[in-house]
Write a protein that binds this ligand. Structure first.
Ligand SMILES: NC(=O)C1=CN([C@@H]2O[C@H](COP(=O)(O)OP(=O)(O)OC[C@H]3O[C@@H](n4cnc5c(N)ncnc54)[C@H](OP(=O)(O)O)[C@@H]3O)[C@@H](O)[C@H]2O)C=CC1
Ligand SMILES: N[C@@H](C[C@H]1CC(C(=O)O)=NO1)C(=O)O
Length: 328
């Protein structure tokens, strides 16, 4: 019996989920939903229909897990609590400061409906969160650092695209080299947000848009840009399509900590990602989390979870017996 998956929202992440499902034979795509005209949305999978988002709840019996691929800035805060009423859901919500309130809203909806929801699946939040937890649990006397890029943040790019007058956008996150060198050399400095990364934005504006107003809204945007040194470049759509087609990214989490009666021994844990496609990697994590959500629902574990709550074995398509063999 395959796990039947629906996609809500067909952008970079939606397309990435479609590709990831093709690599997971225990799962299948059964429906794609969009707020646009379904006839305008061309998907890759033959034999699967695209439906209006407003009809999704009428098709709940055809979907075991609905994966929400909307943007965190404005779509997911509304969509995830709404669709958790009708489906087991997984989203990639990544406005870190607002995760507690998002969790509470989704948990209320999922518990009332007896559904299982997983929020903030992906790599940060997601795999990086998991590795920060492992590092601090194993080395309580220590510090961890997270660095991203140079690469395209989908969340920050999406947030810029939601600004009135913006037609398209890409945001590159750039680690501050001096901070990186200090950490890599074993130093454990206290660093502010601004001392770790800068942000560079490439924006295609609508004809006649107020460029100064757009730039100001970007650089002052809370939770996304206000705490960073940010530069904004306005470019043409042709330049965007020529120079910014790919969506690479990556980064790493470093935990350095001490053990020993007198904390005399140092240890360093590093988890790193080098991604050709941010959306395709993120979608691969999300699809594994969808498998875990389905299995937890089957065992009556309902309500909202994050990746930190998922039994690692539930992410895998392999049985417990197969996984135990890999431990030997
Ligand atoms: N946790 C993590 O590590 C990560 C999280 N993310 C999150 O994923 C979110 C989604 O990113 P991404 O997929 O790149 O965002 P997109 O802008 O590509 O898509 C967001 C939504 O916009 C709509 N859309 C897509 N293309 C168009 C278009 N051409 N015209 C009009 N509407 C369109 C779609 O909804 P519809 O079909 O309904 O119109 C889609 O679901 C980000 O906001 C980020 O928060 C991303 C990467 C990592
Ligand atoms: N959520 C991020 C994934 C990573 C990348 C990132 C950043 O560049 O600020 N923060 O977390 C994304 O949307 O790409």
């Amino acid at each position: 019996m395959t796990i039947r998956v629906g996609i809500m929202g067909y952008g970079n992440l939606g397309r990435g989920v479609e590709c990831a499902l093709k690599q997971n034979p225990d799962m299948e795509l059964t429906a794609v939903f969009t707020r646009r005209d379904p006839g305008s949305v061309k998907i890759l999978t033959e034999g699967v229909n695209v439906y209006p988002a407003k009809d999704a709840k009428d098709l709940a019996d055809q979907v075991d897990v609905l994966i929400l691929c909307g943007g965190s800035a404005t779509d997911l805060p509304e969509q995830t609590p709404e669709y958790a009423k009708y489906f087991n859901v997984v989203d990639s919500f990544d406005t870190h400061a607002k995760i507690p309130e998002h969790f509470a809203a989704v948990d209320k909806a999922a518990r009332e409906a007896g559904n299982t929801a997983v929020i903030s699946a992906g790599w940060d939040p997601g795999m990086f969160s998991l590795n920060r937890l492992y590092g601090s649990a194993v080395l309580p006397d220590g510090k961890d650092y997270t660095f991203w890029g140079r690469g395209v943040s989908q969340g920050h790019s999406d947030a810029i695209r939601r600004i009135a007058g913006v037609k398209d956008a890409r945001q590159y996150t750039i680690p501050v080299e001096s901070a990186l060198e200090a950490i890599r050399s074993g130093e454990t400095p206290e660093l502010t947000t601004r001392q770790k990364h800068t942000r560079e934005c490439f924006v295609v504006a609508e004809e006649g848009a107020d460029l100064a107003a757009i730039e100001k809204e970007i650089v002052t945007m809370p939770n996304y840009f206000a705490d960073y040194d940010t530069t904004v470049h306005f470019i043409s759509q042709e330049e965007m399509e020529r120079d910014h087609r790919s969506l690479p990214h990556g980064g790493f989490v470093i935990r350095s900590g001490k053990t020993g009666w007198d904390l005399e021994h140092n240890h360093v844990i590093e988890y790193s990602l080098k991604l050709d496609s941010n959306p395709e990697f993120t979608s691969s994590v999300i699809v594994a989390c969808a498998r875990a959500a389905y299995r937890m629902k089957q065992e009556g574990m309902t309500g909202c979870k994050t990746i930190l709550d998922l039994p690692p074995a539930y992410l895998s398509s392999k049985s417990g017996e197969e996984l135990r063999k890999e431990l030997l």
